[in-house]
Design a protein around this ligand. Structure first.
Ligand SMILES: Nc1ncnc2c1ncn2[C@@H]1O[C@H](COP(=O)(O)OP(=O)(O)O)[C@@H](O)[C@H]1O
Ligand SMILES: [Mg+2]
Length: 237
């Protein structure tokens, strides 16, 4: 019997090796991640799937440099980033990762285009024609006609599109989305998922965090999380 040939995958962008994350609550230790081995490769379209409390958000926060593991090793390409300084961590978070959250997290006092431009400021990296790039991103998500609106003047689905344009403006290596359709009705949710499919088809690297099997089944790869462990990885369906 021949061994199946592994499907060809892109270069490894981020690799986790025995990653642990513990929270100390008084006398109790909460083990949110308990030895996770995982690689995210260029061009992956993955879902991190698991029930509430399984460790999905913790895993996403670590992959996105929002939080530091308490054990194990983490690599960005060849570079070990397990114990870097907080300033370096913020820099990586701002330049390498795009984030989309369930509650959109737009700033209500800023217009749509000002929201999209925020990560350019955070990254402290010059982008030529930042305004034009922001408009281009908004066009890509179908909101080119709403650039001067305030978030409160948009539907939930439109707000999430703004958040996606904002997440993409620095051309991050990885786009991480935590329950991105959790606050949307089914029609808006379907539109946002189609947008993710489209971004994946264009070659972007996406990780969708979800408790919803039906969302996970549109991605090419499913990473199942249970009790802080990656229990199963289906690669390239
Ligand atoms: N800041 C924190 N302090 C203490 N416990 C936490 C903290 N964040 C998460 N946890 C615990 O870690 C576990 C995993 O949480 P989380 O990653 O948010 O799960 P999920 O996103 O899958 O619902 C849960 O038991 C949760 O209560
Ligand atoms: Mg969560």
């Amino acid at each position: 019997m021949s061994t199946p040939t592994p499907k060809r995958r892109g270069e490894v962008l981020i690799r986790l090796d025995g990653i642990r994350k513990e929270y100390q609550l008084g006398e109790t230790t909460v083990r949110a991640l308990d030895g996770v081995d995982l690689s995210i490769c260029r061009g992956d379209y993955s879902a991190i799937l698991g029930p509430s409390g399984s460790g999905k958000s913790t895993l996403m926060h670590i992959l996105g440099f929002m939080d530091q593991p308490t054990g194990g090793k983490m690599f960005l390409g060849e570079r070990e980033v397990s114990n870097i300084r907080p300033g370096d961590r913020s820099k990586l978070r701002a330049t390498e990762i795009g984030f989309v959250f369930q509650s959109f997290n737009l700033l209500s006092r800023l217009s749509v285009i000002e929201n999209v431009l925020l990560p350019v400021e955070y990254a402290r990296r010059k982008i030529e024609n930042a305004d034009e790039t922001a408009v281009e991103m908004l066009n890509r998500v179908g909101l080119g006609h709403r650039i001067h609106h305030r978030p409160s003047q948009l539907s939930g689905g439109e707000r999430q599109r703004v958040a996606i344009a904002r997440a993409m403006i620095n051309k991050p290596r990885i786009l991480l989305a935590d329950e991105p359709t959790g606050n949307l009705d089914s029609r808006n949710a379907a539109n946002i998922l189609e947008l993710f499919d489209h971004l994946a088809d264009e070659g972007n690297t996406l990780v969708l965090v979800t408790h919803d099997e039906s969302i996970a089944h549109r991605t090419r790869r499913v990473i199942r999380v249970l009790d802080g462990k990656v229990t199963e990885e289906e690669v390239e369906r």
